[in-house]
Design a binder for this molecule. Structure first.
Ligand SMILES: C[S@@+](CC[C@H](N)C(=O)[O-])C[C@H]1O[C@@H](n2cnc3c(N)ncnc32)[C@H](O)[C@@H]1O
Length: 411
């Protein structure tokens, strides 16, 4: 098929406007990434939606499973752009993408140029078939598309300078590290403590079997969950007739949970005096709370729960919370009088409500005093087998294949 005949001046105008928006909003800083967005015809990768939707900064859902859960999508352009910037793709790089849709693979092909190579793999044959057709239609026949479980990487074309994972992973698969070339980088939406961050990891020790990774940047994001051998699922605990839910990670299986009616118990609140701009992201504070509070989980609420005043408003990604077998506390905010700011605080319910609210507020203050405005945390990944002699100091999490260590350089 002739790629140019599939494009149109109108599509080109919408595409340029989307690229401009991403630059304006700060998702794109690298002119090469902007140029790729101006070139790749996204509408050919989402053929069932109108042109205007194809060039809106939004995810396009492509497939749900039999229970209605989203399992495949063409990702939101902002997230795609942020991850490409994190990956720092150079001409001539060999790149593996895990989770295909075709669009990101085409952008990668533009960035690596004629001397580079792009392989994209997906576990779902419907997805790889569609990606192959769209890449051909858009003029990217050299991108290799394979149907396989990304947990095992893509040994056929390894080693890679960059591996970009576009599905939420719960751990770093050993194959990814093994297939990374010296000086390589993995960008992956990693879930830990019920939160997901797109993290750029660099390889620390090349050439030996003992290969550790260290984060270079972290961005809050959301993706569909990985299927196959690397699948891991969040533990959801419904409260108040399912209007509210708590999510814990798989490694928190044994953490106690409060009774279903805990939010009906009288509320205790505490306020921190810490003010924030409404637009300021809470993602670093959430990670601080995740690494310091016992019983950490994330509270999400249906709009009806807010209308019925079951809980106070919670952010889009959910609110940091702490739970025990009898009580629950969660992060909240209230308008600060005579300013455009909000004050952070906590609400809690149950017999330990006062202690929980105070503990949350103490940690908000501690973050504000020592860490706010700093570089943010660093995450290190060390293989769990053979067991390491010692881990770097910090907050440790044991995953299936690795230990994660979160450290906080002072602000
Ligand atoms: C968000 S979509 C990928 C979006 C895509 N990169 C784009 O260009 O917009 C996530 C994909 O990951 C795939 N996936 C899930 N588990 C996988 C696994 N274990 N290995 C490979 N692909 C997987 C899903 O089938 C889905 O198509």
């Amino acid at each position: 098929m002739d790629a140019e005949s599939n494009d149109s001046p109108y599509a080109g105008t919408l595409r340029a406007a989307l690229a401009d928006l991403l630059v304006e909003q700060g998702a794109i800083h690298d002119e090469r990434v902007a140029a790729a967005f101006r070139l790749v015809p996204r509408h050919l990768f989402v053929p069932l939606v109108p042109l205007e939707i194809a060039y809106t900064d939004d995810v396009v859902l492509m497939k749900r499973d039999e229970t209605g859960v989203a399992i495949s999508s063409v990702s939101q352009p902002t997230v795609v752009a942020l991850m490409l910037e994190q990956a720092d793709i150079r001409p001539g790089h060999r790149v593996l993408e895990i989770g295909s849709g075709g669009y990101n693979a085409a952008l990668l092909a533009e960035l690596v140029g004629p001397t580079g190579e792009v392989t994209t793999i997906d576990i779902d044959e419907d997805v790889t078939t569609r990606a192959r057709e769209s890449l051909d239609a858009a003029g990217y026949p050299d991108v290799r598309v394979l149907r396989t479980d990304g947990e095992f990487g893509g040994p056929e074309s390894a080693p890679y300078d960059r591996i970009i994972v576009t599905v939420t992973a719960w751990d770093i698969a050993p194959a990814w590290v093994e297939q990374l070339a010296p000086g390589g980088r993995i960008v992956v939406p990693l879930r830990f403590r019920a939160q997901t961050r797109s993290i750029a990891f660099d390889l620390l020790e090349a050439g030996s079997r003992w290969r550790s990774l260290e984060s270079r940047s972290m961005i809050i994001c959301g993706f569909v969950n990985m299927q196959g051998a690397g699948a891991a699922y969040e533990r959801w605990v419904p409260l108040h007739g399912e209007l509210v839910s708590l999510s814990f990670d798989e490694d928190q299986e044994s953490e106690p949970v409060p009774p279903e009616w805990v939010l009906d118990q009288p509320k205790a609140s505490a306020w921190s005096g810490v003010l924030m701009n409404r637009e300021e992201p809470l993602s670093d504070l959430d990670l601080w709370l995740a690494s310091t509070l016992p019983g950490y989980c994330v509270l999400s609420a249906e709009p009806r729960a807010l209308k019925k005043h079951v809980v106070a408003p919670v952010p889009r990604w959910g609110a940091s919370a702490m739970a025990s077998s009898h009580s629950l506390g969660y992060l909240t905010s209230r308008p600060a009088p005579d300013t455009d700011y909000v004050e952070l605080g906590a609400h809690a319910h149950g017999p330990a409500a006062e202690d929980f609210a105070q503990l949350l507020v103490d940690q908000i203050r501690s973050w504000n005093e020592h860490l706010r405005g700093g570089k943010g945390p660093t995450l290190r990944v060390d293989p769990a087998s053979p067991p390491p002699d010692r881990l770097p100091p910090g907050f440790h999490l044991r995953k299936k294949h690795n230990y994660l260590t979160l450290t906080w350089p002072p602000a």
